[in-house]
Structure formats: C-alpha cells, structure tokens
Design a protein around this ligand. Structure first.
Ligand code: UDP
Length: 324
C-alpha cells in the first residue's frame, strides 16, 4: 500500500517509517527537518515541505493516491507551547488544517492523527478513559483537542475517516539503535537524563516531590515507541468501516514515578545519579495513567514492552551511540 508519513524524520514518525518499510509498503515522507533524523533515505520518497505552505501541499497531494496518511508532524514541547502559543497554533493547528483540506480536495479520506493525553488536562480519575472530560491545561493540549474536534465535525459531514491516538509518554528506541528520541532542546525526562550521563554529568533534576503519589514525584505511563507504531498499523483496519471517527488511548496502563524511572536508569546504565529537587513545573498533573480497555478490545493491540527496564535499555542503547 502507499502511505504518507508527515513528520517521518521525527521521533515516532521515523519508527513508523521503519515499520512500514519492513512490511514492504511504499512510503512518502513530508518533513520540514526542523528536528529529527532521516533514515532509509534511499527507500522512501522524501519531500521537504512545511505544512503551512498550502500551495506546495496541494501540488504534492494531487500526484499520489495514498491509502492513508499518518500525521506526526507537530511541535511537541508542552512548556514551550506556553511560551510560544502562536508558533504552536500555526504549526499544530493551521498546518494540520491545511493537510486535512488538501486531503479532502484530492479525495484522500484516511487520516491517523497523533493526539496526546494532554487533551484531558488534570485527571479526575486514577486511570483515564477516552470518555474523560477534555480540559487541556496547556496550549499544546488545546491544539490537539482542536484538531480532534475538527476531525469529528468533518467526519460527520463528509466521507472523511480519522483515528486520533492519544499517546501517553512515548519512550525507548528501536532495537537496531539506529533511531531514537532526540528533541532540541531536550526536556523529556528519559532522554534528558541519558544525554547527561553520556556527557558524564551525574546531576538530575526532579520537578516537585510533594505530589500526592507513592513517593511525592509525578507518575506517568511510559509506552515503547514501537508499541505505539504497531497500534497505528492495527488502526488501519478500521478504515474499512463506512464511518470512522475514532480515538484511542495508547499507554501501558501502568504508572511509574520520576524516582522509579531514575532508579531504572541507574540500573540500566550502571551510573549513580545525584538528584536535585526543584520546584514543580507549571502544568504538570501529578498522575497520568491510561485506561486502555478500548484499544485492547477494539484493535486487539497490547504492548509488547511490559518491562520498564527493557524500555529504558532500548533508549540507552541508542543514546550512548557517538553520533547523537
Ligand atoms: N521531569 C523531571 N525532571 C526532568 C524532566 C522531567 O522531574 O528533568 C518530570 C516532569 O515534571 C514530569 C515527568 O518527569 O512529571 C515526565 O516529564 P516529560 O517531560 O518526560 O513528559 P510529560 O509527562 O511532561 O509529557
């Protein structure tokens, strides 16, 4: 089949590309190369394009009939979205609207959208179901919610099918250690600490230790990037339905505190870290853990990486390489 992957040079997008190629699909990547790394260059059709350039987008979309579009291209640093809301709105909302409108113009109907657990805001329940209220507390979360709303509206009126996957905390790297997580600047807990270790720095910062959790630090649901990618692939079967406006959590259903993650990293890297407590980061909910009943049942998907140390090990195997 023919697939378009926007953001195919980014963290999750590059893993999606690798997976699709392994299944012998034809892959086109649209990416502005603002972050990320392009691999398998000779096996894909790569086009450098900014989704805000509607004219170029239309030109490109008119040329190929994709069976589905995987839309990963987005800015994704929650903290930065608070400081630069306009930049985030332009990229994440207007860029995506352009993509959707161009798809509709050229009769491409199937979109898989990278949404996020940040659409929920502060959780009201221990584990979060898809039916949980959507009250995002960050600009990034608001961007994702807005697109989900648009997809629902269009799906009701037109023959436009979409699946929004709400990721919890994507983590780890492909076991080939050729691709992995690398944001600039790096703010995410696991890659940030692994970067420090690689630079022989032992200090790590924990933002807040007075949350109402097992050890006072924030709890998150970490899910391996290749499990996320597999869920996207399983999602494709839903496009056979006449109508398709779906959303699914992707998580493991299990939470780990920041301290537990740091312990895991110490174990995997065999480096003893020096913890420094800092004040809470704005907009951090104490606990974010997915309830994944819906995706388990509907897509018959389950995470293969159930052990957090294994996830951390894949991340470390990539991070410790010299080229990053
Ligand atoms: N965190 C931390 N120190 C860091 C980076 C992150 O204590 O250097 C915490 C952060 O406050 C959050 C958790 O680790 O509770 C996960 O943060 P990350 O940015 O990786 O993902 P988020 O859950 O914010 O999307």
């Amino acid at each position: 089949m023919k697939f378009l992957v926007t953001g195919g040079a980014g963290y999750i997008g590059s893993h999606m590309v690798k997976f699709l190629l392994s299944k012998n699909h034809e892959v086109t990547v649209f990416d502005n190369l603002s972050t990320g790394k392009l691999i398998n260059k000779n096996k894909i059709n790569f086009i450098k394009v900014n989704l805000l350039n509607r004219k170029k987008l239309d030109q490109l979309m008119s040329k190929k009939k994709f069976d589905a579009v995987f839309h990963f291209a987005a800015l994704s640093i929650v903290n930065e979205s608070e400081k630069k809301p306009r930049k985030y709105y332009m990229n994440n909302v207007l860029g995506t609207k352009n993509l959707i409108n161009s798809m509709i113009k050229y009769k491409l109907n199937n979109l898989i959208f990278s949404s996020s657990a940040s659409v929920y805001g502060a959780p009201k329940t221990k584990k979060i179901l898809e039916t949980h209220q959507m009250k995002p507390i960050s600009e990034y979360g608001k961007n994702k919610k807005e697109i989900e709303k648009i997809l629902a509206q269009i799906g009701k009126k037109k023959n436009f099918k979409s699946i929004s996957f709400r990721y919890f905390n994507a983590a780890g790297a492909d076991e080939s250690a050729k691709i992995g997580e690398n944001h600039k600047p790096e703010t995410h807990l696991i890659p940030k600490i692994l970067n420090s270790i690689k630079r022989k720095q032992k200090k790590v910062y924990i933002y807040g230790n007075s949350y109402k959790t097992i050890d006072g630090t924030c709890v998150r649901d970490y899910i391996h990037v290749n499990d996320i990618v597999r869920a996207h692939y399983y999602g494709l079967k839903k496009f056979r339905q006449k109508k398709c406006i779906l959303n699914y959590n992707i998580g493991s259903g299990k939470g780990y505190s920041v301290l537990e993650i740091i312990n895991g990293i110490e174990k995997v890297t065999r480096v003893k870290l020096k913890i420094i407590y800092k004040k809470k980061r704005k907009g951090d909910p104490p606990i974010l853990v997915a309830d994944c009943k819906k995706i388990f049942k509907d897509l018959r998907w389950k995470p293969k990486y159930k052990n957090i140390d294994k996830i951390l090990l894949t991340a470390w195997q990539w991070h410790k390489k010299p080229f990053i």
